[in-house]
Each structure stands twice: as C-alpha cells, then as structure tokens.
Design a protein around this ligand. Structure first.
Ligand code: ADP
Ligand code: ASP
Ligand code: MG
Length: 485
C-alpha cells in the first residue's frame, strides 16, 4: 500500500501501469494515433506497461446487431452489415499503417477474424438460434480486431509490443454475457503469459471485455467490461496504478450529456465511485472497483483528447466531502414491481418468497423499498424481465392471491432510479431534505425512495419523463448551489 501511495499522483512513476483505452479513444484513426502517443509518452517511465483496448466505439453494438439479424432477419443484410464493418476497419488500417512493415500481417489477421464473424453468423442463421454463447463469440470480435490493429500501430511508432488475447489470461465461469473471472486461475495464467513479455520490455496490448471458460469457450464480462479487464489485470500483476482513458475529463458530478455544467471530481473514494457505477454512471463498469480496492491500487480516469487534464483519482483515502453530495446518477430502462395486499401484514416469509421467485429468473433487483405498514413491497428490475418476474411472483403467491391476502402484483414500466451519492452524507442530517426540496420545487413526483444502508446514497424512483429534469434540478440545488454555501 505504501509503495502505491507514491504513485497516487498520475505524474509519479512506478513499476507497473495498466492503461485502458475505451471505444471512443480507439474509435478512429486520429483517436488511435492520439492513444498511441499517450503510450509513447508513458512508456519510458514504467518498467512494465500493459494496454487494454476496447472495440472501436459502436462496433460491439454492430456485432450484436449482426448476430440478431442472422437469426431473425435476412442473411444477406447480415453479410452487408459485416462488409460495412470490414470496410470501416480497413479504412482505419490503411490510414494508420500505410507503408508499415506490419501492415500485411495485421491485415491478414483482421481478415481472418472477419472470416470467423461470417461463419459464426452463417452458423447462427442455419441453426435459427442465437445462444448466449454464440452471442459472446460474435461480440468478442471487436476487441480482438482492435488489439491487433493497436499493437501494429505501436510497433510502427517504434514501441515493441505484442497483442494478447484475454482469452489466454482471464478464466471465467460460463455465465455468458456477464461472466465472472475465476481469480486464482486468472492470476496464474496472467503471470505465466505476461511475465516473459514484460521482461522483454514489450508493451502488452490486451483485448478488453472478454475471457474464456476453463475449456476455452469465449465469454464476455458484460457491456462496458473493458474497465473491469484493466482492473483484473491490475490486481493480477499487482500494478502500481490503473488508468482508464475515456472521452471526458474524469468522473463528473453528473452525466455531462444530461447536465452540461457538470464538474470533474478530482478525488473520489472507492466506495463513492462504486456506488456511482452501480447506480448508472457509465464512465466505469460497476465491477471495476473490487479488484483494485483489494490491493489498494489507485485508479485514474483521464481524457484521451485532453491528456494534460489531471482527471479523477480514485483511492481508499479520498477526503470526505463534509455533508456534500458528490454526484447524481440515473439508471434507465427499469420497471417498478409492486406486491400489495392488506393480508400481507405480519405474514412472515412474503418478502423472502417474492425475492426467491425473482432470483429464479436471474433478474437483478436494483432497489427495494417496503412500506412500514407492510402492505406493499416495491422493487425495481430491468424492464426486459418485467413480464417473467410478474408471472413468477403470481405463480409463487397463487394461494395468497386466491385468498386476497395479496391483492395484486403489478408493474409500472418506464421508471428511472435517480441517485444522489456522497460519503459526506453519512451522519449528516438534512441531506434528504435538500434533495426532496429540489424535486418539490419542480413538482416532480417521487414514486419510491430508498437509502443505501451504507449511507453513501439516497435513491428516488421517478417516471422517465421526469428523469432528466430530476437529475438537473438536484444537481443545481444540491451540488452547484450547495457548494457555494
Ligand atoms: P469508454 O468507451 O471510454 O469506456 P463510456 O462511453 O463507456 O466510455 O463512458 C464514458 C461516458 O460516460 C462519457 O462520455 C459520459 O457521457 C458518460 N457518463 C455518464 N455519467 C458520467 C459521469 N458521472 N462522469 C463522467 N462521465 C459520465
Ligand atoms: N466493447 C465493449 C462494449 O461496447 C466493452 C467496452 O467498451 O468496455 O460493451
Ligand atoms: Mg466504458
């Protein structure tokens, strides 16, 4: 820990740095050039440098669309979509590697990956079925293509580098689309593959987002999972720091697309940023924090397109923001499920049975709120599982519904969880009053409320039509006006 505190400044240099470049940071020729320059500038300062790359922005979405088109649409449309993707990658390759000795090798490897995409999509079309496993094989290709491209660009810049498929490093369970790494095996594989490379002072360019099961079947770690890849590798290599390079100046007080005057937060604790990521701040994947917390590795979020900005430093000893709310987040695409009935009062086990019915559908419950009279339980789930979840609870409670102990189980779609986060709100009275005051001023209807037991956050559920205004209003009243008090 002591050693790592010395590199708490992103200017400090140490032994091992893991840097991750997100989709927009490697999403065009000029972005890739800029990212390569960043690697060039940092490389002399570190003994070991590991780079994690995402697919070019939009490519994972396009790959998933190709797979879906193969199963439900026309094969020809799918092949045209693939041709477009290949053309776009070819343009970037030509632009970046013209005249490079590595061009032909990279071009050939990328061609083979596109051939694999074509045959995967034909297979899906013939079978008429898209399994989670098939979807992961297709979705993995964006990172696999880009790692080859990025490594060739580094070589061209005179940086000795080697692309590494994370399928050789990160061993996961078979939870396709949101696989969990098996850390013991991942650690030994990572050390085995990476140590010889790093000893030769080569920059390893690793595919973000993907891993493989013990049997070598490709998995993905969840959308936006390249941040998680960087943190996993940081843990396995006991890195001095992990830097994620993105398209904004750091973690901000709100999503800058919704709140244009959101500010960069210079320092954040692991707890605060975990809560922010969990409650929808897309800037970091929610699972990124755990591997770095366990080793006390500082995590920096920086802007590829404004590298002189210091960014946000996340570590274990960020100052508490004395009663202040640090950030406002929102998660969309949700439904609020309510189980209600006067006969529920005092009946033990209703909540347990409700949530085990939900769990059988593998639905994650993002927020729970129970009225103190026990006449209803409300919880929020992703809308795509709404129907299954309502049916599962109705089945589980069939007897209670017939007896009218439970009156109904119903879903309210199109809701958003808006969360105010800040370690400073712990033991600070009045925080919720300010938050509800802000909503009240604009007549925004609050559908449900929950406070995290950690007291790092308060969440409200609002209708989707009120969501942006709720975020803007709380940001204005509680963060902008609050900081000038
Ligand atoms: P990358 O591809 O680099 O991983 P993402 O698109 O996944 O980038 O995440 C960065 C985006 O997250 C930003 O462009 C911004 O719009 C969005 N975002 C949402 N909430 C926040 C926040 N609180 N702070 C910074 N960015 C945020
Ligand atoms: N390319 C993947 C995605 O779009 C992973 C990432 O960008 O982090 O979800
Ligand atoms: Mg991301």
């Amino acid at each position: 820990m002591k050693e790592k505190e010395q590199v708490n400044s992103s200017k400090g240099h140490g032994r091992t740095l893991v840097m991750k470049f997100g989709g927009t940071s490697v999403g065009s020729s000029s972005a890739i050039r800029q990212a390569a320059q960043i690697v060039h500038a940092e490389q002399p300062h570190w003994q070991n440098l590991v780079v994690v790359v995402s697919a070019m922005s939009g490519v994972t979405d396009s790959l998933i669309a190709c797979a879906r088109e193969s199963v439900t649409g026309s094969e020809q449309t799918c092949q045209e979509m693939i041709a477009d993707l290949q053309y776009n990658h070819g343009m970037v390759l030509n632009d970046l590697l013209l005249g490079s000795a590595d061009r032909n090798v990279a071009q050939q490897e990328i061609k083979e990956l596109f051939a694999m995409l074509r045959s995967l999509c034909s297979g899906i079309h013939i079978m008429g079925e898209l399994t989670p496993r098939g979807l992961d094989a297709v979705a993995s290709l964006g990172e696999r293509i880009n790692a080859r491209l990025f490594s060739a660009v580094l070589e061209q810049e005179g940086i000795s580098s080697q692309e590494v498929d994370a399928t050789d490093l990160i061993v996961t369970d078979d939870g396709f689309q949101h696989a969990c790494p098996l850390m013991g095996e991942t650690r030994s594989r990572t050390l085995e593959v990476m140590q010889p490379l790093l000893e030769q002072h080569r920059v390893a360019v690793v595919t973000g987002f993907i891993g493989a099961t013990q049997d070598g079947v490709i998995t993905t770690l969840g959308r936006g999972g390249s941040d998680y890849t960087a943190a996993i590798l940081g843990d396995c290599l006991n890195a001095d720091a992990v830097w994620t390079w993105t398209d904004v100046d750091g973690v901000m007080t709100a999503d800058p697309r919704i709140v244009p005057d959101a500010r960069v937060i210079p320092f954040l604790s692991y707890n605060e940023v975990s809560e922010m990521a969990y409650f929808g701040a897309k800037v970091l994947h929610p699972k990124t924090i755990r591997p770095v917390v366990e080793r006390g590795i500082p995590l920096w979020v920086k802007n590829t397109f404004n590298p002189s900005h210091p960014g946000t430093c996340i570590n274990g000893n960020a100052p508490s923001h004395d009663g202040r709310i640090t950030a406002i987040t929102a998660i969309r695409g949700l439904s609020l499920i309510t189980v209600e009935g006067r006969g529920m009062i005092g009946v033990p086990g209703i909540a347990a049975r409700t949530f085990s019915a939900v769990a059988r559908h593998d639905a994650s419950v993002l927020m729970i709120s129970q009225s103190s009279s026990e006449q209803s339980i409300c919880f929020v789930i992703p809308s795509e599982v709404e129907k299954e979840v309502v049916h599962a609870i109705e089945d589980e409670m069939a007897l209670e519904l017939t007896r009218h102990d439970i009156d109904r189980v119903w879903a309210q779609p199109n809701v958003v969880i808006v969360t105010a986060i800040g370690s400073g709100m712990r033991n600070t009275p009045g925080v919720s009053a300010r938050l509800f005051g802000a909503l009240g001023k604009e007549n925004i209807n609050v559908i449900a409320i929950a406070q995290g037991s950690s007291e790092y956050s308060i969440s409200v559920v609002v209708d989707v039509t009120d969501a942006d205004q709720a975020v803007q209003q709380i940001h204005q009243e509680v963060i902008i006006n609050g900081s000038s008090k």
